[in-house]
Design a protein around this ligand. Structure first.
Ligand SMILES: NC(=O)c1ccc[n+]([C@@H]2O[C@H](COP(=O)([O-])OP(=O)(O)OC[C@H]3O[C@@H](n4cnc5c(N)ncnc54)[C@H](OP(=O)(O)O)[C@@H]3O)[C@@H](O)[C@H]2O)c1
Length: 384
């Protein structure tokens, strides 16, 4: 198995490759032939659920916990920050719980960890888990600074384990559909992208860490990171950006209105805008391609609204029409798809929807936004 994973690692270094599953199947077939064993002909059985431990037991870890059974995984342990939440988890979730992450990582039934702790802990915890031989799904941001993000990327490359990043907009069926339409050329080459999030202000988090820049990192890492990542996913590598922020008096630290204008290496332009002045949660996506345009909208009372209003329109020379899309999309419906993709990566060696490299690039984008806000200048990104 170590040899197989080494083989996968060599391929994973090449960006964009998505045929690792085929390579693994071919490798197994060849090995069976060399060893004189024919391919097994017995019917395939589903493997037992992957043993997953949660690091963190707050709001988002609770969402991850609910996603596990549907994704082919089971909860086998939890690490928390305080003894109070350790006791609550042990009682209410009926699972091994500890405040000592090393003790969690020492347990053999823990095959993988989902890290949903405060942002400043992600890099160290992800590296510790990889070193202990566990697969890792780390929530965004992969780290709060670029150097730490690259440290996690290197640790993942040097290990034979999967590292996935929780940039889960990529598995929302609505946003995935936009990507598929772009990839199949339904719009022609993209020229302009507008991504707008209008939402309510963020919670403070356990112990107020989300309001502490030392623990949260840049406020851009909070939620704009998802939309900057979507812009890169849709348009390819970003060449440069310029950012502006405006707040109502007394709320400057919140950067209530954030506007980012990006240019891709292929010359497309994107506007990513975010406001936290709303009472609900609304996302608007508009892509204009050389031949046609798309508009996708998502409206809910909050991010995890189970019954959002969803719409996808195609506009071209023939007029405009609605494209079929399930309304069951968004945080309440799609997080399990990210977990399922992670389990598939562990089982079959395919790339997760967001790799360590995507994690690094997303943190770089956020820090470029910070630099532009500080300098008032356009910032150039390193070539992808
Ligand atoms: N992808 C998304 O859409 C999305 C959405 C929301 C959040 N997130 C991410 O998820 C992470 C958690 O956010 P949240 O909203 O769930 O925050 P939260 O409600 O404040 O939960 C944080 C959890 O981390 C625990 N913790 C603190 N120190 C720890 C340590 N040393 N070891 C293990 N656990 C520790 C806390 O335990 P105590 O309470 O005992 O201290 C708490 O259970 C953040 O990185 C956030 O960016 C992602």
């Amino acid at each position: 198995m170590g040899q197989e994973r080494g083989h996968l690692r060599a391929q994973r270094g090449q960006p964009g490759q998505r045929h690792l599953g085929r390579a693994l199947a071919e490798h197994r077939r060849r090995r069976a032939v060399t060893c004189g064993h024919p391919e097994p002909v017995t019917p395939r059985r589903d493997p037992p659920p992957l043993g997953v431990a949660l690091v963190g037991a707050g709001r988002w870890a609770t969402v991850h916990r609910a996603a596990l059974p549907r994704a082919g995984a089971r909860l086998v342990g939890v690490a928390t920050g305080s003894d109070a939440s350790r006791a609550r988890v042990a009682r209410e979730w009926d699972v091994f719980a500890t405040t000592d992450m090393a003790a969690l990582l020492a347990r053999p039934e823990v095959e993988a960890v989902v890290i949903a702790s405060p942002n400043d802990l992600h890099a160290t915890q992800a590296c510790a888990a990889l070193e202990a031989g566990k697969h890792v799904l780390v929530e965004k941001p992969i780290a709060i600074d670029v150097a730490s993000a690259e440290r996690v990327e290197r640790a993942a490359e040097q290990s034979d384990r999967v590292l996935a990043v929780g940039l889960e907009m990529r598995v929302f069926t609505l946003f995935e559909r936009v990507k598929a339409l772009l990839d199949e050329g339904a719009l022609g080459a993209p020229v302009h992208l507008a991504l707008d999030l209008f939402r309510r202000p963020h919670r403070a988090g356990s112990g107020g860490w989300k309001h502490d820049p030392e623990r949260r990192g840049s406020s851009v890492l909070e939620e704009p990171i998802h939309y900057l990542d979507l812009a890169r996913w849709y348009l390819g590598e970003i060449a440069s950006l310029r950012a502006w922020a405006v707040s109502r008096p007394g709320r400057e630290a919140l950067r209530e209105q954030l506007d980012v204008r990006l240019e891709s290496e292929r010359g497309a332009v994107a506007n990513v805008t975010r406001s936290v002045a709303a009472g609900g949660h609304a996302v608007d996506v508009r892509v204009v391609g050389e031949r046609a345009a798309l508009r996708a909208t998502w409206r809910g009372r909050m991010d995890v609204d189970p019954r959002p209003a969803v719409r996808l329109e195609l506009h071209d020379a023939a007029g405009s029409r609605l494209l079929p899309i399930t309304a069951a999309t968004g945080h309440a419906h799609d997080v399990w798809r990210q977990t399922a993709a992670f389990v598939r990566s562990v089982r079959k060696g395919v790339e997760p929807p967001a790799t360590a490299h995507d994690g690094v690039r997303s943190v770089e984008l956020c820090h470029a936004v910070e630099r532009s806000l500080a300098s008032g200048e356009r910032v150039t990104l390193r070539q992808g």
